[in-house]
Design a protein around this ligand. Sequence first.
Ligand SMILES: [Zn+2]
Ligand SMILES: [Zn+2]
Length: 72
Amino acid sequence: MAAREDQGPETTDLICCRCERLCDPIDVETCPVCKQLFCTFCTYRIGSRSYCSRACGDSFFFGGGDEEDGDE
Ligand SMILES: [Zn+2]
Ligand SMILES: [Zn+2]
């Protein structure tokens, strides 16, 4: 907590990977599958989680990505 740099508005690129819109931080989430940012408008929900796309959601939900099995 000591080294907090300037507290200006963060200019991280919060671009939705789907619609490529510049979003507010509260409007974006990170896809647990592809690690890309997606906005609330592009959210694909399956189970109790949100994903950037149906492809990601389905692959995670049905693809057995529930637990890492120590297989690198
Ligand atoms: Zn979007
Ligand atoms: Zn994704």
